[in-house]
Design a protein around this ligand. Structure first.
Ligand SMILES: O=C([O-])C(=O)C[C@H](O)[C@@H](O)C(=O)[O-]
Ligand SMILES: [Mg+2]
Length: 433
């Protein structure tokens, strides 16, 4: 095949950035005013640039540099070869021994998960470049879309009005949400602005009775709409079962009520409420035990830590085989990742649940045009590649913020962010309730 149809990687640009994030609460603490992301640009021998995005904390940047070096000269189409590149990367043991990711929000940290999270940005960038070269959208490279739009849910958070006084930040216009009325108001804004019809509440912040009351209030305000509650493993098995009993009539699923496969299996055995996870099944190796024990009924894939869009399709096929549902998890992310999620989601048959996305919380982006939600849905682009365009000026501005940071914000740490306003805060032991 000639070089024009099958170009090689001529150059790779890695740009760490800091992106504004509102004071969203979770069981670990609160979001920092700025969160790190990494933008990857793969430039091909035919002069095309493909873009990808992933986590930007130091442990990812450490691997992204050597990954980029090894990519040069390889065929952009050699997506299977990316795993070989990743396997060659040495992971500092200190990054993984006894570690959990973001205080546990994304499950156990492993060398493989770190490598895959880095790989995913390169895979997306290569797919974007290849699609542009061939004049095909990414979904076509993945075998073709089975739907024209992808549904997302409103991702509701308990939230403070502002970051602590005196801390540099970008103001947001969402206001505070610290009780059931505040959560319902936030949900109304989500529907007005984006048309979402299903709602997920990030729990594990307040004692379970307060969160049960918030979900009840949502059920009253939005009768019949799918509702989910996700305390990130903060509850004991008995507490999880009590919440399941009290909210069973209105929940679409309960997400990671208790920590780990064994506890989830105990909960699942004693309730009819389906359990979803992005914490106890986060790698292929965790699937056999969790599925054998019936611990989860829905796996929330995240193409970043599952290792890209094609691995997400493989995960979906495994879930389908075992009669387990699949949908998508999200962290703070920008439009490149939303575009990537939308392309892969469009190719997955039987996507029964609306996907999560933090995107509405991000007032900043590195794209020339923001992606939009209409009726809670994003349209799958048929333009070549991902169908989005990087804005170099916006990228430079967010990179400048990263350069100017003294290192405090370059690693996401929700507990440290909480201590700014509450110096006595320590990451709560689990189960918290
Ligand atoms: O369990 C989840 O859905 C997440 O961990 C998503 C995010 O990490 C969320 O909890 C956050 O950013 O606070
Ligand atoms: Mg979750």
């Amino acid at each position: 095949m000639n070089d024009t149809a099958n170009p090689t990687v001529a150059d790779v640009r890695l740009t760490p950035i800091l992106v504004a994030d509102p004071p969203l609460l979770n069981t670990q603490g609160v979001h920092q005013p700025y969160t790190p992301r990494l933008i990857v640009e793969v430039v091909t021998s035919d002069g095309t640039t493909g873009i990808g995005e992933t986590y930007g904390d130091a442990k990812y940047l450490e691997l992204a540099g050597p990954f980029a070096q090894r990519l040069k000269g390889r065929r952009v189409s050699d997506l299977n070869g990316l795993s070989t590149v990743a396997e060659e990367l040495a992971v500092d043991r200190a990054r993984i021994s006894g570690q959990v990711d973001v205080g546990g929000l994304r499950g156990v940290q492993s060398a493989d998960k770190l490598r895959l999270s880095v790989l995913s940005a390169f895979e997306v960038a290569c797919l974007d470049a290849l699609g542009k070269t061939l004049g095909l959208p990414v979904h076509a490279l993945l075998g073709g879309k089975v739907r024209d739009t992808v549904e997302y849910s409103a991702y509701l958070f308990y939230k403070r009005a502002d970051h602590p006084e005196g801390v540099p930040c970008e103001k947001d216009d969402w206001g505070a949400a610290l009780d059931p009325a505040g959560i319902v108001e936030q949900a109304r804004r989500f529907t007005q602005r984006y048309g979402f019809t299903s709602f997920k509440l990030k729990g594990g912040v307040f004692p379970p009775d307060e969160e049960i009351a918030a979900v009840r209030a949502l059920a009253e305000a939005f009768p019949g709409h799918p509702l989910r509650l996700d305390p990130n493993g903060a509850w004991s098995v008995p507490t999880s079962l009590r919440v399941a009993r009290e909210l069973g009539d209105v929940l679409e699923y309960l997400e990671d009520p208790a920590l780990g496969t064994a506890a989830m299996a105990e909960v699942a055995a004693a309730t009819d409420v389906p359990l979803a996870t992005n914490m106890c099944v986060t790698t292929f190796a965790e699937i056999p035990e969790a599925f054998a024990q019936g611990a989860v009924q829905v796996v929330l894939s995240d193409h970043h830590y599952w290792g890209g869009l094609r691995n997400t399709q493989q995960l979906a096929a495994i879930c389908r085989t075992f009669g387990v549902g699949v949908s998508m998890h999200s962290n703070t992310h920008l439009g490149i990742s939303l575009a990537a999620m939308t392309h892969v989601a469009s190719t997955v048959p039987g996507l029964h649940h609306a996907c999560d996305s933090h995107y509405p919380w991000q007032s900043e982006d590195v794209l020339t045009e923001r992606l939009t939600f209409e009726g809670g849905r994003t349209t799958v682009s048929d333009a070549p590649g991902l169908g989005v365009t990087l804005d170099p000026e916006k990228l430079r501005t967010l990179h400048r913020r990263w350069l100017d940071d003294d290192g405090t914000l370059r690693d996401r740490d929700d507990a440290a962010a909480m201590r700014v306003a509450d110096p006595d805060w320590v990451t709560p032991a689990v189960p918290r309730w």
